[in-house]
Design a protein around this ligand. Structure first.
Ligand code: F6R
Length: 608
């Protein structure tokens, strides 16, 4: 959460900072601010609300001269969204200024100590502590001051720091929050994420934990927390710059939904070679795969939902026990792991704090950790023993769509690989499944082309108060995702249930006109699902069904039916999700919601 940028060079800093912040706004958007050094002073502009407010008050940055600056877009943790709590934050003399992404966990203790030394605070933020702490330790040597505060701060941080007395330098440091730096034409830039720098450079350095960087107009030096200089390797970013732009679509979410056929293809095609699944990055021999006796899948939100789907797929195909855990719960329940456990952590951003913590805990306990990650070079990608990338490209909308779809594909491939290597899948079954997998992109495309039908249906339900999603088996997993998609962007209350659970309490909430979305793609559960649908419709529910082509009988128990094409029973989530995503999207658009930036959310959850 929160995005930081910084620039030092020969061009005016403020417009570059604002441009970078625009690309990072998905990380948090309740306030924004920039600070720029010019002629011996640091000036600042910050405001509550979206970045466009800051853009307006600074005329796109024009009113702030100077070629050294830092900027921030905020997702509030400590202190409400307000002008005062917006970053950057100063020391008293306004000679040190800081932007921060992360949380200083011991900030209250540090604040008390600083107050005793005579420091006073203007904001409620943990970040202001950093500015005063730097002031306290600064004796003319910025690097020394930075390392000293690192020894005293607990928690996570990516910082951009300007010392007024060192106007030729910009400092940045990271611990458990992402940070990249790069050279631009005539300058150097820092940012929380790649899209913010792509316009200026494709060659970036990923700052590792507890590393410091000193940027100058035409150089950058890296240090450890002990002030030892270090060498770092530059990484070339191959993304298409346009991938992080809306490209004519009304919303990033709509664009990204439409990119799903490509995300799916790009994720499976490099891993299918001559009728075999080849996952080189897994780096496991057939014997090692056979030796695994448990798979533990750990993730948050939608990524967790792909884990729930894949439990059915792994257990069904590979006959290996799978546990799926929410990353925020995982390490507090003392999970039982050993060297025969494969822990699979799934994350689009690769920076989700709980997932990263779960990864570290698993490694500590001796388990092998495989990351399924979208953002190349992210923390999870770097810390996992092995990483299998989902090639979905940059995902900007807060609500995930294409990364979710790509995660499913990566998990199917993995489950099939395990099934095959463990002797649970015959070659002809593998070949059939691969054919079905290859058909998914065009099937997804076809479902996307049906969007106007879903839009018309969604428009009738803009005033819905509660929506229930029900399904069994993998259809329960898709219900979880359909429900999350709807609620997070439309603010309509919705819940997902394993259909058989309804009778154990929730059915009492069904009344005349309640909308129930029922997913039934599994042959052996079909009859049971039909009964569950009848149970809710006889109590007045309006039933939307998503089912396989040919299941016309469903029309008797549903008010509206969306058909998905024939595929392998384990792949149906990849198709059933499309109408559910479109439904959530069009309801949110119809209700006038900010689809790409829903309230209270941020794309990358880097706090626990
Ligand atoms: C919902 C959504 C979130 C994320 C979750 C995990 O649309 O995007 O639920 O799936 O915050 O994020 P990553 O995948 O970045 O670890």
């Amino acid at each position: 959460m929160c995005g930081i940028v910084g620039y030092i060079g020969s061009q005016q800093a403020a417009p570059i900072l604002l441009d970078g912040l625009e690309k990072l706004e998905y990380r948090g958007y309740d306030s924004a601010g920039i600070a720029v050094y010019d002629s011996g002073e640091v000036s600042m502009a910050k405001s509550k609300g979206r970045l466009k407010v800051l853009n307006e008050i600074t005329h796109g940055g024009e009113t702030m001269p100077g070629t050294l600056g830092i900027g921030h877009t905020r997702w509030a943790t400590h202190g409400s969204p307000s002008d005062i709590n917006a970053h950057p934050h100063f020391n008293k003399e306004k000679s040190i200024v800081v932007v921060h992404n992360g949380i200083i966990e011991n900030y209250l203790k540090l604040k008390k100590k600083l107050e005793k030394k005579g420091y006073s605070f203007m904001s409620e933020t943990d970040t202001e502590v950093i500015a005063h702490l730097l002031d306290h330790y600064y004796d003319g040597n910025p690097l020394r001051a930075v390392t000293k505060i690192m020894h005293r701060m607990e928690g996570s941080y990516a910082l951009g720091i300007i010392f007024r007395d060192h106007p030729d330098e910009l400092y940045a440091v990271r611990k458990d929050s992402p940070l990249i730096v790069g050279h631009t034409d005539g300058g150097s830039i820092i940012a929380s994420d790649v899209p913010a720098v792509l316009k200026y450079t494709r060659d970036v350095y990923f700052i590792e934990n507890e590393e410091i960087v000193r940027l100058k107009k035409d150089s950058m030096e890296f240090f450890t927390v002990d002030e030892e200089p270090i060498e770092k390797e530059c990484v070339r970013i191959e993304w298409d710059v346009n991938a992080a732009e809306k490209g004519g679509y009304e919303h990033f979410m709509l664009k990204e939904m439409n990119e799903q056929p490509k995300a799916i293809t790009d994720t499976f095609s490099p891993r299918i070679k001559e009728g075999k699944i080849v996952i080189e990055e897994l780096n496991m021999s057939a014997e090692e795969i056979q030796d695994i006796d448990k798979i533990m899948i750990v993730a948050c939100g939608s990524a967790y939902h792909t884990g729930v789907t894949s439990k059915y797929v792994f257990e069904g195909l590979a006959r290996i026990p799978v546990e799926v855990d929410l990353a925020s719960e995982f390490r507090y329940r003392k999970p039982i792991l050993n060297e025969r456990t494969l822990v699979v952590v799934i994350s689009q951003s690769g920076e989700t704090a709980d997932t990263l913590a779960a990864l570290r805990e698993s490694k500590k306990q001796g388990a092998r950790v495989l990351g399924i990650v979208n953002v190349v070079g992210s923390s999870i990608a770097r810390e996992a023993d092995n990483v299998m990338y989902t090639w979905a490209g940059p995902e900007i909308a807060v609500a995930t769509t294409k990364a979710y779809s790509a995660q499913l594909i990566a998990l199917y491939l993995l489950a099939m690989k395990f099934a095959y290597e463990r002797g649970q899948m015959k070659d002809e079954v593998l070949q059939e499944m691969l054919e079905d997998l290859k058909a998914l992109p065009s099937q997804v495309e076809m479902l996307l082309n049906n969007k106007s039908k879903i839009q018309r249906f969604a428009n009738r339900y803009l005033a819905a108060r509660d929506v229930f999603f029900i399904g069994r088996g993998v259809d329960y997993a898709i219900s979880l995702e359909g429900s999350l998609k709807l609620k997070e962007i439309s603010y309509i209350h919705s819940e997902a249930y394993a259909a058989g659970e309804l009778k154990h309490g929730t059915i009492s909430l069904i009344e005349e006109g309640t909308l129930v979305a029922a997913v039934l793609t599994q042959k052996e559960l079909y009859k049971k699902m039909l009964s569950n649908m009848v149970e809710v419709s006889t109590r007045g529910a309006f039933v939307l069904a998503v089912t396989n082509e040919g299941n016309t009988e469903v029309e008797r128990a549903a008010d509206y039916v969306v058909y998905i094409p024939e595929t392998n029973r384990y792949f149906t989530n990849s198709l059933a999700i499309i109408p559910l995503q479109l439904f959530g999207y069009y309801i949110a658009v119809g209700r006038g919601c900010d689809v790409d930036k829903p309230r209270n959310l941020a794309k990358s959850v880097t706090v626990e």
